[in-house]
Write a protein of this length. Structure first.
Lengths: 745, 260
């Protein structure tokens, strides 16, 4: 019997786990019943919230009190008459907030004209100064005597007006009222402030009409605003746009919890775990099948939830109120679903890591409750309206997916943060899966003691030659967000360009070089084998020098072309602003001594990145196939360059991955880290030297602009040089093939 | 020629517990041949489960080695596990799978080709009388039926070696009888059976040879007659008590086994 794990066998293992989960009615309850109950209830609540939020003052009457001394004046009737002017856009001033309020009212009532929807105004004469009536709320606004310091001026204005227009009956009524009035309102009282707003508009309209009548019928008010709201959005739109992905994420989490517990801690509780462990099938295959089952159930839950939510939003009409027209398209739903898939992959791995440790359902639940509470905190934090989805938040699990989904829902997603979020979540998922793999069926969890967690972190007894994938994944999961945050924050500590470069160097050495080295030391992984620290064989040295020079001096040409190809294929995020930043940086680089630039941007990355990518990453993947190890390490190398550069640009993915392929192949072919490191260093150094002597090269007429293709004869020469360089490296690996194959087995 | 399918040689294992070193096994050596039932007997904490775990390659001994079917566990634990069928006290079933689905799943775990697994399933259904409930979900089975399913599970990949860890614990007389019949059946099939138990009466009924384990030391090995001769005791229970007292007195210098 061959114990080879064929895809068909793996599929059968997955199907068994899935069958077991889906036959359990507790899974079905979360999967079907929850969406059926939650969303209709949620829509009811949202409806209430939205309608309550849109109802201030609807249909109410604003009562304006006029104090004793003005009771018998014409002011009350003028105010009431003036109210009719509010609907004359020629006369009534338009305030944006008022327009929005009006629009909401009109929209909710289905009316297009203003009609009676604005609060009506009622002016009443008071028998006292009216302050107590204002305080106790029986009136909304109090208009009292004219302000004392304005009285003289007012009398002067009245005299002047009467002398000019005393004969005009139409404006006679206003003449005695000309002046300044004192208006009191209740601070922070929405209704009273609204009354003030209405009265201001009424008076402004009366003023405008009076001016029109005084100046002549053809008088036109010089400056007017026509405010036209394009898409009516609720004030709650942002909040709800966050709440929707959060609810989806929480429901997906709920869907994943039960199967995760059942398929791990449940195995122990029902006594089937030992039978699994003693079978010759590798435990990681069994765990993978369980992982697939948990992800599938969680995704089914996500789909059921997304479907139920879309249907509820559509049927209840809330989607239009939240998103306006056309935003909740199939594309948006698909993107949100893709984000949910990613999140599910992460969360399922996390759940398995935790539940793999538990010996019973109860124990697993005890571990998961704090996790769920922990998950709620960042979730609720992402509901805060002021939260900006910055680079830093993009590294925080759960928050990044919720905020990214919010951006997708409101149509403002950005490449930068999306890529960082997705990559970080991917790394976290890998790391969690690695931990789960270590815990699932481990001796500690089967026959655990209180020191079991310590066992997980304890140093192994035996030394190993190569790191495992889970060790690499955990290293990357810790290192990547730390590096991203540190390389974003540290340079901000200084204005000086040279100091910032020094910080970057320090960050690179600390996180890209020393951190993986520390992990390998702790995990007892031999440096010499894991990082390929051995020197190339002596007879290859005369070949290595020309090979290195040829590859380093020609590889950049194709990297440059790949950038242009990527851009022409529409892969690109560099905008004008970022181009300016690049040019500014290029100018600043010219001011820094070349030796320091080379140390910071050629030697440092070459040393650090070679140790990480051609050392730890490549070695961890090299156990199965050399080709897949080279490709995967190159992709990780490319991703890292896209996400952690100062100018986050997708264009960098293709050329960096291409360089990663060449460097990975060189490392495996020569069996040593050093030749690739020299190539990397020379390649970077050459580009930096070109940038440094840019002006001189332009004078000599041999400088190629950033956005133009290289001349064809350059490319042909470069291609020949690269081919010869690769051939020489190939010769350097002569006689080493057997060793490489043995290593890969 | 008798072929030893299980060979353990000088197995030692020490655990650290709350800062103290505990010798779980101390130089344990025994062999089990094909067609033989070897009873590994001892009280709780004697080291029976540790021995089984080392045999299955789930635990590394501090010294000594184990060979199963001629393969050392330290060399290829996967191949060793493929040669072993394991039935333990605490074994359970998958409640939402049918008996057929569960048995085929375990065959798959042991990389048995599907066609062979189906034939094997039919055979075991007949031998262990599973036909009435083979398509029922396991959650509907009685305790005895579950026990039979678990025994069948251990044989789905037709291993030459069977390890039975307290297989009758918690079973009634009828359930226990099923297990005894099963062990006899295994013996007839020529399998090497290692039965770990503290039920001495049962062991006396089914085992060909015995190993009496006490505090990690294998005090006696041999047939019932050989141990009788060594201990001057008639029954296993008496032998055991004698062994334990002897071990206590060994500490104080007197090695004679008192008459019980």
């Amino acid at each position: 019997m061959s114990n080879r794990l064929t895809p068909v066998r793996l599929l059968r293992l997955c199907l068994k786990e899935l069958r077991e989960s889906l036959r359990d009615r507790r899974t079905i309850v979360t999967l079907v019943l929850m969406p059926l109950l939650v969303y209709p209830l949620l829509s009811l609540v949202l409806n209430r919230v939205l309608l309550t939020g849109m109802k201030p003052n609807q249909g109410s009457t604003i009562i304006v009190g006029v104090s004793t001394e003005l009771r018998d004046s014409g002011l009350p009737s003028i105010l009431v008459d003036g109210q009719a002017l509010l609907y004359d856009r020629q006369l009534s001033p338009v305030y944006l907030e008022t327009t929005l309020e009006d629009q909401k009212l009109l929209s909710s009532s289905g009316r297009e004209d203003g009609g009676t929807e604005l609060p009506s105004l009622k002016a009443i004469g008071l028998s006292d100064d009216g302050r107590s009536s204002l305080r106790d709320g029986s009136i909304d606004l109090l208009i009292s005597r004219r302000a004392a310091d304005e009285s003289e001026q007012d009398s002067e204005d009245q005299r002047s007006a009467k002398s000019q227009f005393g004969d005009d009956e139409a404006i006679k009524a206003y003449l005695n009222l000309i002046g300044t009035y004192e208006v009191r309102y209740r601070k922070d009282d929405q209704r009273s402030e609204r009354a003030l707003q209405i009265v201001e508009r009424v008076l402004a309209a009366i003023n405008n009409r009076t001016t029109q009548e005084v100046v002549g019928r053809h008088y036109s008010i010089p400056f007017r605003l026509q405010a036209t709201p394009v898409v009516m959005k609720s004030d709650f739109a942002d909040l709800l746009a966050t709440m929707i992905p959060l609810v989806l994420v929480l429901m997906t989490m709920a869907g994943a919890v039960y199967p995760a517990i059942d398929l791990t801690a449940g195995e122990r509780e029902r006594g089937t775990m030992e039978a699994l462990i003693v079978s010759p099938t590798p435990l990681h295959a069994v765990l993978f099948a369980k992982y697939v089952a948990v992800v599938t159930v969680a995704l089914l839950t996500a789909l059921a939830n997304l479907g139920a939510m879309t249907l509820t939003l559509w049927v209840s009409g809330i989607s239009k109120l939240i998103f306006g027209d056309g935003i909740l398209s199939a594309g948006v739903i698909g993107t949100v679903l893709a984000l949910l898939v990613l999140f599910t992959m992460f969360f399922a791995a996390l759940l398995l890591a935790i539940t793999s440790f538990a010996k019973s359902f109860k124990e697993a639940q005890a571990y998961l409750i704090p996790l769920m509470l922990l998950a709620l905190t960042p979730g609720i934090m992402s509901l805060l309206p002021d939260v900006k989805f910055s680079g830093l938040l993009a590294t925080v699990p759960l928050v990044n997916i919720v905020l990214l989904a919010r951006q997708v829902l409101v149509g403002s997603a950005e490449w930068h943060t999306a890529l960082i979020s997705v990559t970080c979540t991917g790394f976290y998922a890998l790391a969690a899966l690695a931990v789960a793999g270590k815990l699932f069926g481990s001796d500690a969890s089967m026959h655990g003691s209180q020191g079991s967690w310590r066992d997980l972190l304890s140093r192994p007894k035996f030394w190993q030659d190569m790191p495992r994938i889970d060790q690499m994944a955990m290293t990357m999961a810790v290192m990547f967000p730390l590096y991203f945050v540190a390389s974003s924050l540290l340079p901000r500590l200084s204005e000086d360009f040279e100091t910032r470069l020094s910080y970057s160097v320090a960050v690179s050495f600390a996180l890209i070089l020393f951190f993986p080295l520390a992990v390998c030391w702790f995990a007892k992984i031999r440096f010499t084998t894991a990082f390929r620290l051995g020197l190339p064989r002596a007879w290859t040295w005369p070949l290595l020098l020309p090979a290195t020079l040829l590859v380093a001096s020609s590889a950049w040409m194709f990297a440059h072309e790949l950038v242009l190809i990527g851009q022409s294929a529409g892969i690109g995020t560099i905008g004008e602003e970022q181009m300016e930043f690049v040019q500014r940086m290029s100018k600043q680089l010219q001011q820094v001594p070349l030796a320091f630039v080379l140390f910071a941007l050629a030697i440092t990355p070459a040393v650090c990145e070679e140790f990480l990518f051609r050392g730890m990453v490549l070695s961890s993947m090299h156990r199965r196939s050399a080709l897949s190890a080279i490709v995967l390490s190159a992709v990780v190398f490319g991703l890292m360059h896209v996400l952690t550069s100062n100018v986050l640009a997708v264009e960098r993915f293709l050329p960096s991955t291409y360089m990663g392929l060449i460097l990975g192949w060189i490392a495996l072919r020569t069996g040593s880290l050093w030749p690739g490191m020299v190539v990397h260093c020379c390649h970077n150094g050459l580009l930096l030297a070109v940038a440094h002597y840019q002006d001189e090269l332009i004078e000599m007429g041999i400088f190629v602009e950033e956005k133009s293709h290289l001349p064809s004869h350059w490319l042909i020469a470069g291609g020949v040089m690269l081919a010869i360089g690769i051939l020489l490296f190939w010769f350097c690996g002569w006689g080493k093939v057997a060793h490489v194959e043995e290593e890969s087995n | 020629m008798v072929i030893c399918l299980i060979v353990t040689s000088n197995l030692s294992k020490r655990f650290q517990w709350a800062g103290k070193a505990i010798d779980a096994l101390n130089g344990v050596t025994f062999n089990v041949s094909g067609g033989e039932v070897f009873g590994l007997l001892g009280p709780n904490g004697a080291g029976k489960t540790t021995t089984l775990r080392i045999i299955m390659g789930l635990m590394r001994p501090d010294s000594g080695y184990v060979e199963v079917g001629g393969v050392r566990t330290s060399r290829d634990s996967s191949a060793v596990r493929a040669n072993i069928g394991m039935v333990s006290t605490n074994d359970g079933v998958y409640p939402f799978l049918s008996v057929r689905e569960m048995l085929l799943y375990f065959a798959d775990l042991y990389a048995v080709p599907m066609s062979t697994a189906r034939k094997r399933l039919d055979l075991l259904v007949e031998q262990l009388d599973l036909s009435r409930f083979v398509d029922q979900r396991c959650c509907t089975l009685s305790t005895g039926q579950k026990q039979r399913v678990i025994l069948a599970r251990g044989l789905m990949h037709d291993p030459p070696v069977m390890l039975l860890d307290e297989p009758t614990r918690g079973l009634d007389v009828v359930g226990s009888q099923t297990v005894f019949e099963f062990i006899s059946h295994l013996k007839d099939l020529g399998k090497a059976v290692l039965l770990s138990t503290h039920r001495l009466d049962e062991a006396e009924r089914v085992c060909d040879r015995f190993g009496l384990l006490h505090r990690g030391n294998l005090m006696y090995t041999g047939t019932l007659d050989e141990i009788r001769a060594d201990t001057s005791q008639e029954h296993l229970t008496d032998m055991f008590l004698c062994m334990m007292k002897s071990a206590e007195q060994e500490k104080s210098g007197d090695t004679a086994c008192p008459t019980v």
